[in-house]
Write a protein that binds this ligand. Structure first.
Ligand code: SF4
Length: 376
């Protein structure tokens, strides 16, 4: 059945069903992950596991790796609250690309948290430190990274003014719908964030890992890069010196743990943050929506539906490192050889042990995060 309700909006909830992803690929000219891409990026967990379902210009990243030329990964976080399952996906994608050789550019989008959520720069400061300590604990190497706060980075504001003479209100309206002027400005600031790697370190391929809901920013930035920073389409070549159109990878958004369409602050059972009490996290994972049948007998007869199951999904995204075990559990579930109770218990243990270890690592990164962001 076709879902006509979904909309691609970076600032509001999106309802995207599994079958919509193919439609989005076609509609917005996103490239599919082919077998060649899978082979080239098999070390990247989210590509290998097909959490990333599409991309733009990932071939340029591969060429840069092959020819040992510089390339970058750029993404960021809006400091409006603690890390949660959704922010974890993007953060780990950055870390994975950095491990493949990228210099990482990580933006604290405090202008956006003001425009979107009314959080002042001062209020956002402590959240920014907390968020940065999280990604450092997840493995981001600050020695090969550039990290900035939008409000403190004059270059990104400068780009906003420079490119804005090429943008009309009609264009922004067509891409984003009718929004406050502040959100339009935040979008143009994001153009600055995405072009910053090439402004600071010269033309090079850049990949921006995002959820599909952020694609409007990618389309706007690619359009403005084409018109402001490069001469022609043919220049998107690894040997040319004009700016590259920024590339992207698109991951599937995780639905709510409780089976709701999306993780949302308005529905606390749909997600957990890294900072909430362990008991609360355990309870939410334990109550997750599964693809299990009504009872043990039916499960054994009919098998479960792991493709619908949030336990399977969170293990696949984040908490099961072993590809073989994951594939084996998928098969066992379908055959009715795995029961939800035992699988949930195992998942809860994995999540809790991850969170406990993460908190220890994060504690050690708080001072570093303060130092990087120059927060006393
Ligand atoms: S057995 Fe596991 S994967 Fe299968 S439906 Fe139950 S919880 Fe999900």
């Amino acid at each position: 059945m076709e879902n006509n309700d979904f909309k691609i909006d970076p600032w509001s909830s999106t309802n995207i069903l599994e079958e919509d992803y193919l439609r989005l690929i076609k509609e917005f000219g996103i490239e599919k992950i082919t077998d060649i891409t899978l082979e080239r990026f098999k070390k990247h967990k989210f590509i290998r596991r097909k959490v990333i379902f599409g991309h733009r210009d990932l071939n340029l990243i591969y060429k840069a790796i092959e020819s040992k030329k510089p390339w970058a990964v750029m993404s960021g976080i809006k400091p409006s609250g603690p890390f949660h399952l959704g922010t974890l996906t993007t953060a780990l994608e950055i870390v994975e690309f950095q491990k493949l050789g990228a210099k990482a550019y990580y933006c604290i989008a405090d202008i956006e948290s003001w425009e979107d959520n009314g959080i002042s720069y001062e209020e956002a400061e402590n959240t920014a430190v907390d968020n940065l300590a999280d990604i450092l604990a997840l493995g981001l190497n600050p020695e090969n990274a550039y990290i900035w706060r939008q409000s403190k980075e004059p270059i990104v504001k400068d780009v906003c003014f420079k490119v804005s003479r090429l943008v009309t209100q009609n264009t922004l309206n067509a891409i984003y719908g009718e929004k406050t002027f502040g959100l339009y400005l935040a979008a143009l600031i994001q153009c600055g964030d995405i072009t910053l790697p090439q402004i600071l370190d010269g033309p090079q391929p850049v990949v921006v890992p995002v959820g599909i809901d952020q694609d409007p920013h990618m389309r706007l930035t690619r359009d403005l890069t084409r018109r402001y920073y490069k001469r022609s389409e043919e220049d998107n070549d690894i040997n040319k010196t004009d700016f590259f159109l920024p590339g992207a990878t698109y991951h599937k958004l995780l639905a709510g743990l409780d089976g709701s369409e999306k993780m949302s602050k308005r529905n606390p059972n749909s997600y957990f943050t890294f900072n909430e009490p362990i008991e609360s996290i355990a309870k939410k994972v334990k109550s997750s929506f599964t693809g299990g049948r009504k009872n043990k007998k039916e499960q054994q007869e009919l098998g479960g539906e792991p493709q619908k199951c949030m336990i399977y999904k969170i293990l696949m995204y984040h908490f099961e490192d072993d590809d073989k075990k994951l594939a084996e559990e998928f098969k066992q579930c379908i055959k009715g050889e795995l029961l939800c109770g035992e699988h949930k218990r195992e998942c809860v243990e994995k999540v809790i042990s991850f969170i406990k270890e993460h908190r220890i690592k994060k504690e050690k990164q708080i001072d570093k995060a303060r130092e990087i962001l120059k927060v006393d």
